[in-house]
Design a protein around this ligand. Structure first.
Ligand SMILES: [Zn+2]
Ligand SMILES: [Zn+2]
Ligand SMILES: [Zn+2]
Ligand SMILES: [Zn+2]
Length: 194
Protein backbone atom coordinates (compact mmCIF):
# COMPACT_ATOMS: atom_id res chain seq x y z
CA UNK A 1 0.00 0.00 0.00
CA UNK A 2 1.38 3.41 -0.87
CA UNK A 3 1.71 5.80 1.99
CA UNK A 4 -0.31 8.99 1.84
CA UNK A 5 1.62 12.23 2.02
CA UNK A 6 0.57 15.47 3.66
CA UNK A 7 -0.56 18.09 1.13
CA UNK A 8 1.47 20.75 2.88
CA UNK A 9 4.65 19.29 4.34
CA UNK A 10 4.78 15.94 2.45
CA UNK A 11 5.28 13.96 5.68
CA UNK A 12 3.44 10.67 6.10
CA UNK A 13 -0.22 11.49 6.69
CA UNK A 14 -3.11 9.53 8.16
CA UNK A 15 -5.76 12.22 8.41
CA UNK A 16 -7.77 13.22 5.37
CA UNK A 17 -10.27 15.86 4.38
CA UNK A 18 -13.52 14.37 5.69
CA UNK A 19 -15.53 16.10 3.01
CA UNK A 20 -13.88 14.94 -0.22
CA UNK A 21 -11.46 12.32 1.17
CA UNK A 22 -9.17 13.19 -1.72
CA UNK A 23 -6.33 14.87 0.19
CA UNK A 24 -4.31 13.87 3.26
CA UNK A 25 -2.74 15.77 6.14
CA UNK A 26 -0.22 14.96 8.87
CA UNK A 27 -1.88 17.31 11.36
CA UNK A 28 -4.75 19.71 11.96
CA UNK A 29 -2.30 22.60 11.50
CA UNK A 30 -1.40 21.50 7.98
CA UNK A 31 -5.06 20.97 7.12
CA UNK A 32 -5.91 24.44 8.38
CA UNK A 33 -3.12 25.96 6.36
CA UNK A 34 -4.28 24.21 3.18
CA UNK A 35 -7.96 25.12 3.53
CA UNK A 36 -7.60 28.47 1.73
CA UNK A 37 -6.61 26.66 -1.47
CA UNK A 38 -8.34 23.36 -0.86
CA UNK A 39 -11.83 24.74 -0.25
CA UNK A 40 -12.12 25.59 -3.93
CA UNK A 41 -11.24 22.03 -4.98
CA UNK A 42 -13.01 20.22 -2.13
CA UNK A 43 -15.80 18.31 -3.84
CA UNK A 44 -17.60 15.01 -3.40
CA UNK A 45 -16.76 14.10 -6.95
CA UNK A 46 -14.11 14.25 -9.61
CA UNK A 47 -14.74 14.88 -13.30
CA UNK A 48 -13.54 12.13 -15.61
CA UNK A 49 -13.63 11.56 -19.32
CA UNK A 50 -15.06 8.44 -20.96
CA UNK A 51 -14.41 7.65 -24.66
CA UNK A 52 -18.12 6.97 -25.30
CA UNK A 53 -20.05 8.74 -22.56
CA UNK A 54 -17.87 11.85 -22.39
CA UNK A 55 -17.33 13.99 -19.32
CA UNK A 56 -19.00 12.69 -16.19
CA UNK A 57 -18.80 12.93 -12.41
CA UNK A 58 -17.51 10.10 -10.23
CA UNK A 59 -18.17 10.14 -6.47
CA UNK A 60 -15.01 10.27 -4.36
CA UNK A 61 -16.79 8.63 -1.40
CA UNK A 62 -20.20 7.30 -0.38
CA UNK A 63 -22.71 10.11 -0.52
CA UNK A 64 -25.48 10.26 2.08
CA UNK A 65 -29.09 10.60 0.95
CA UNK A 66 -29.95 14.29 0.76
CA UNK A 67 -26.33 15.51 0.75
CA UNK A 68 -25.71 18.44 -1.59
CA UNK A 69 -23.27 17.45 -4.33
CA UNK A 70 -23.29 20.59 -6.41
CA UNK A 71 -24.94 23.99 -6.29
CA UNK A 72 -24.84 25.98 -9.48
CA UNK A 73 -26.92 28.69 -11.09
CA UNK A 74 -27.96 27.84 -14.67
CA UNK A 75 -25.85 29.47 -17.37
CA UNK A 76 -28.88 30.11 -19.54
CA UNK A 77 -32.62 29.74 -19.04
CA UNK A 78 -35.24 29.56 -21.75
CA UNK A 79 -37.73 27.37 -23.62
CA UNK A 80 -36.91 23.71 -24.20
CA UNK A 81 -36.21 22.63 -27.73
CA UNK A 82 -39.74 21.50 -28.57
CA UNK A 83 -41.93 24.07 -26.88
CA UNK A 84 -45.44 25.41 -27.18
CA UNK A 85 -45.45 29.22 -27.35
CA UNK A 86 -44.35 30.73 -24.04
CA UNK A 87 -43.58 34.28 -22.95
CA UNK A 88 -39.92 35.05 -23.69
CA UNK A 89 -39.85 37.39 -20.72
CA UNK A 90 -41.19 35.24 -17.85
CA UNK A 91 -41.47 31.85 -19.60
CA UNK A 92 -45.12 31.31 -18.62
CA UNK A 93 -47.70 30.03 -21.14
CA UNK A 94 -49.23 32.77 -23.29
CA UNK A 95 -52.81 33.35 -24.37
CA UNK A 96 -51.95 35.03 -27.67
CA UNK A 97 -53.64 38.29 -26.75
CA UNK A 98 -50.39 40.27 -26.61
CA UNK A 99 -47.21 40.32 -28.73
CA UNK A 100 -43.87 42.07 -28.15
CA UNK A 101 -44.07 45.52 -29.75
CA UNK A 102 -40.59 45.05 -31.26
CA UNK A 103 -40.07 41.37 -32.19
CA UNK A 104 -43.75 40.29 -32.32
CA UNK A 105 -43.27 37.08 -30.32
CA UNK A 106 -46.29 36.38 -28.07
CA UNK A 107 -45.89 37.71 -24.53
CA UNK A 108 -47.97 38.33 -21.40
CA UNK A 109 -47.85 42.10 -21.32
CA UNK A 110 -45.58 45.12 -22.00
CA UNK A 111 -43.85 44.52 -18.64
CA UNK A 112 -42.38 41.23 -19.97
CA UNK A 113 -40.83 42.95 -23.01
CA UNK A 114 -38.17 44.53 -20.81
CA UNK A 115 -37.24 41.27 -19.05
CA UNK A 116 -33.47 40.73 -18.76
CA UNK A 117 -33.86 37.36 -20.51
CA UNK A 118 -35.44 38.88 -23.59
CA UNK A 119 -33.48 42.10 -24.09
CA UNK A 120 -30.58 40.96 -26.29
CA UNK A 121 -32.55 38.54 -28.46
CA UNK A 122 -35.44 40.97 -28.94
CA UNK A 123 -33.22 43.40 -30.83
CA UNK A 124 -32.04 40.60 -33.11
CA UNK A 125 -35.45 38.99 -33.61
CA UNK A 126 -36.92 42.41 -34.37
CA UNK A 127 -34.45 42.75 -37.25
CA UNK A 128 -35.65 39.55 -38.98
CA UNK A 129 -36.97 40.14 -42.46
CA UNK A 130 -40.11 38.00 -41.99
CA UNK A 131 -42.40 39.04 -39.15
CA UNK A 132 -43.21 36.11 -36.89
CA UNK A 133 -46.85 35.13 -36.62
CA UNK A 134 -47.88 32.47 -34.13
CA UNK A 135 -51.57 31.63 -34.02
CA UNK A 136 -51.88 28.38 -32.12
CA UNK A 137 -50.82 28.64 -28.48
CA UNK A 138 -51.48 24.94 -27.81
CA UNK A 139 -49.11 23.28 -30.25
CA UNK A 140 -45.32 23.12 -30.49
CA UNK A 141 -43.87 25.89 -32.65
CA UNK A 142 -40.46 25.49 -34.36
CA UNK A 143 -39.47 29.14 -33.73
CA UNK A 144 -38.80 28.24 -30.09
CA UNK A 145 -36.11 25.75 -31.09
CA UNK A 146 -33.75 28.61 -31.87
CA UNK A 147 -34.23 30.66 -28.70
CA UNK A 148 -31.84 28.77 -26.39
CA UNK A 149 -29.06 28.48 -29.03
CA UNK A 150 -29.54 32.19 -29.70
CA UNK A 151 -29.35 33.08 -26.01
CA UNK A 152 -26.12 31.06 -25.78
CA UNK A 153 -24.61 32.78 -28.82
CA UNK A 154 -25.60 36.24 -27.62
CA UNK A 155 -23.55 35.85 -24.41
CA UNK A 156 -20.50 36.25 -26.66
CA UNK A 157 -21.27 39.94 -26.79
CA UNK A 158 -22.86 40.43 -23.39
CA UNK A 159 -21.06 38.17 -20.89
CA UNK A 160 -17.57 36.91 -21.70
CA UNK A 161 -17.40 34.60 -18.66
CA UNK A 162 -20.65 32.88 -19.60
CA UNK A 163 -19.54 32.58 -23.19
CA UNK A 164 -16.31 30.86 -22.12
CA UNK A 165 -18.24 28.44 -19.91
CA UNK A 166 -20.63 27.65 -22.77
CA UNK A 167 -17.72 27.16 -25.17
CA UNK A 168 -16.21 24.63 -22.75
CA UNK A 169 -19.32 22.46 -22.71
CA UNK A 170 -18.98 19.14 -24.47
CA UNK A 171 -20.76 19.02 -27.80
CA UNK A 172 -22.16 15.98 -29.58
CA UNK A 173 -21.94 17.32 -33.11
CA UNK A 174 -20.08 14.24 -34.37
CA UNK A 175 -22.89 11.99 -33.17
CA UNK A 176 -25.80 13.87 -34.70
CA UNK A 177 -24.41 15.23 -37.95
CA UNK A 178 -26.35 13.76 -40.93
CA UNK A 179 -28.83 11.98 -38.66
CA UNK A 180 -32.58 12.69 -38.76
CA UNK A 181 -32.35 14.80 -35.59
CA UNK A 182 -29.19 16.52 -36.82
CA UNK A 183 -30.88 17.53 -40.06
CA UNK A 184 -33.90 18.96 -38.23
CA UNK A 185 -31.59 21.02 -35.99
CA UNK A 186 -29.61 22.17 -39.02
CA UNK A 187 -32.77 23.34 -40.77
CA UNK A 188 -34.79 24.76 -37.87
CA UNK A 189 -31.96 26.23 -35.83
CA UNK A 190 -28.69 26.75 -37.71
CA UNK A 191 -30.14 27.77 -41.10
CA UNK A 192 -32.94 29.74 -39.46
CA UNK A 193 -30.58 31.73 -37.25
CA UNK A 194 -28.21 32.46 -40.12
ZN1 LIG B 1 1.80 18.24 7.18
ZN1 LIG C 1 -11.74 18.20 0.75
ZN1 LIG D 1 -44.47 37.05 -19.37
ZN1 LIG E 1 -39.31 41.23 -28.16
Amino acid sequence: MTENKCEICKKAAKQFCSSCRAVFYCSRECQKEDWKTHKIKCKLFVVQNHPIYGRHMVATRDIRAGEIILKEAPLIVGPKQRSVPICLGCHKPVSGSYACSKCHFPMCAPSCESSKYHKAECAMLAGATAKIKIDNMESVHPAYECIMPMRCLLTKGTDQKKWEAISNLQDNVDYIVNTEVGNIIQRNVVDFLK
